[in-house]
Design a protein around this ligand. Structure first.
Ligand code: GLU
Length: 301
């Protein structure tokens, strides 16, 4: 195959993974349903101090914000509409601990730039989607966790020889998602990079495969998912150059919900669910699990 045809074939795969392709194209190596753990639903659980929990109870199920184009993390099957990935498993664990059968979760795709408003407007009850905990965001939303520690990295085409780390981005076109911490870091620390933003990373990856950009930057978790889908075309280079502790986003001020989710994360880490979920999802990309970071139970806000 010529280089362009190979790139187009790779693009079709990524688009299918992102839910933009022809319906019916199965993910290359999606999580196997039979390997996913079943989470024990807490019966008789009640959290009357949480406005979010009370609203969900009245509704009968949870509405959870997620990503749909991040292989092995948060991915929506275009044929079935089913979401899968490590973040999706975390969302299910949280649901089971709050007394709601995970099968009843209504997932809603929310892009990086829209997470805070989605939580503030009550569009979602909580959010699980590679969401870095930081002090700026804590002014707008609450975070349970962290449940994982990622780090910023770079994704390039396999034929790329000039980019091995962020120091090599001067004058190079690099793509990230609007409203993300990796975008902000390049803007601040590597101002000579020619930085462009789209709503989602899958659009950045399309641009990389079609030679519109030289690199995509975001968390190593997300990048290794894309690289694993098309290893002949894409590779992750260099060492992670930030710390991205992933939290479960909740509306700010719903401290009862936040603390209940902190406890839930700890429970599922201790009982082995976390590891099993990792192995059945992100583990398939070839990444070894970084140890789960300690929970940050910061004071009620
Ligand atoms: N973890 C980073 C963030 O929360 C990048 C990944 C994303 O955009 O979801 O901004």
């Amino acid at each position: 195959m010529t280089r362009t045809r190979r790139a187009l074939a790779a693009l079709a795969l990524v688009l299918a993974a992102a839910g933009c392709g022809k319906s019916g194209s199965p993910p290359v190596k999606g999580p196997k349903a039979e390997l996913l753990p079943h989470y024990q639903v807490m019966t008789g659980f009640s959290l009357p101090d949480s406005p979010v929990w009370r609203r969900a109870k009245n509704r009968g199920h949870l509405v959870v914000g997620a990503k749909e184009d991040q292989p092995y993390m948060g991915e929506k099957d275009p044929a079935t509409g089913v979401y899968s990935g490590f973040d999706i498993e975390i969302a299910k664990m949280m649901s089971a601990s709050l007394g709601f059968d995970p099968k009843t979760i209504a997932f809603k795709t929310i892009a990086s730039a829209n997470r805070e408003t989605a939580l503030q407007n009550g569009q979602v009850d909580y959010y699980v989607g590679t969401y870095t905990i930081n002090d700026n965001r804590k002014k707008l939303v609450g975070f349970a966790g962290p449940y994982y520690m990622a780090g910023q990295g770079l994704l390039v085409r396999t034929d790329e020889k000039d980019i091995a780390g962020p120091q090599d981005l001067n004058g190079k076109r690099v793509c990230s998602a609007a409203g993300s911490t990796p975008y902000q870091r390049i803007q601040k620390d590597y101002p000579k990079a020619d930085l462009v933003a789209y709503d989602t990373y899958s659009v950045c990856v399309d641009n990389l495969l079609t030679f519109q950009v030289a690199a995509v930057t975001t968390d190593d978790t997300i990048l290794s998912g894309y690289a694993a889908k098309v290893p002949d075309e894409l590779k992750v280079v260099g060492k992670p150059f930030s710390k991205e502790p992933y939290g479960v986003g909740v509306p700010r001020g719903d401290n009862a919900l936040r603390f209940a989710l902190d406890n839930a994360i700890e429970t599922h880490e201790k009982n082995g669910d976390w590891q099993k979920a990792y192995d059945a999802t992100l583990g398939l990309s070839g990444r070894k699990a970084a140890p789960a970071p300690p929970i940050d139970r910061y004071p009620a806000s």
